[in-house]
Design a protein around this ligand. Sequence first.
Ligand code: FRU
Length: 399
Amino acid sequence: MAKILAVGNAVLDTILTVESHPKEDHEVRALSRHHQLGGNVNNTLYVLKQLGHETAICTTAATDAQAKQLLNGMQARGLDCTHIQKFIQGSTPHSIVTLNAHNGSRTIVHFRDLPEVSFEFFAKIEIENYEWLHFEGRNIENLQGMLAICKTFLDQQPISLEIEKPRENIESLFHQANLLIFSHHYATAKGFQDGAALLNEMSKLAPNSQLVCTWGAKGVWYKAFNAPVEHLAAIPVHPVIDTLGAGDTFNAGLIDQLVRGAKLSEACAFANTLAAQKIQQQGLDAILSQKTRNQPIANLKQLSKAKATVIELNNRGSLILILHNEEAKAYENNCPHQNVPLNEAYKIDVNPFENTLKCSVHDAFFRIEDGECIEGPCWGEHLTPVKIRVDDQGNIYLL
Ligand code: FRU
């Protein structure tokens, strides 16, 4: 689709999933630990790549062992890594992230001693080869020069700037970008109560830019040229799994739609949906397939304890849903005896008194509670359980 260059940070994240964030001077035990790539533009480009774009990153890298890991990871994400400025001094930027297992909120401690991209390095990139340029609002002094050469040499390509936190002089960049994306961290630090107040004020500094402000559960505000500020409610999501990188995902959705010619309102609506999808999954991998995970496969009201409901999944076989003690049980519709669907020969008979269901092929009886075969040819074997979640309305989703 479009060739997109983004300038900013690439980081290694260590994610510690916790029951709750530790208070100062406390110790908590993490439920799990994993490592993944991070950094705002690194994340945004990865999502843009999955949306079908050719993505290139301009960032700095160290020469330590972690730098290799980071570089390999970015290449595996499909990013063009030609424009990476290497430094012998400093180490690979690293974040320790605590992720609350109950509400997906994240707290980040970021360590960085690596220099930022220099103006001279950026100036050598043939920026006219790209159709969109995106900048993380950091490294302000150098960004002033970078944005100035973009303005001088590019006449078609839009320039977007992410303003995540207040930084000295960041406002001097605003008039240079076509699209400004503010986060609520910036807004609250500047004393604004909501996105409308912020954007009305910011439009005075950047009258020719489109403006957007994301505010987590409060939704999104946006202001197109010569138009009033509009608001878009956040999409209700339950449960929230992982909010790390939600803003980066939103930015990708926004750029994707604008580069395809959508109006700002349409682009914000799409970005809002994409960010809602992101927070329902861990990390950023396969973010588009999350769409299918968002469709309910059935509702509790359709289920019974006296009948096995078979649900066909597109190209992925079928599963059995049945109520047990008012709870939905889900199993792959596959008998471990001969790997055939349980309803291959006839319907699946259920005995609600014995709490069993029976494979129609060779009469194997499975306990509904845990899927164990308690009588028949595959005695002691189990049906494979399928992970599901049920929302407040009784809608059942695959996890
Ligand atoms: C998420 C993120 C993390 C990284 C941190 C850097 O937006 O990019 O991946 O650790 O922010 O500030």
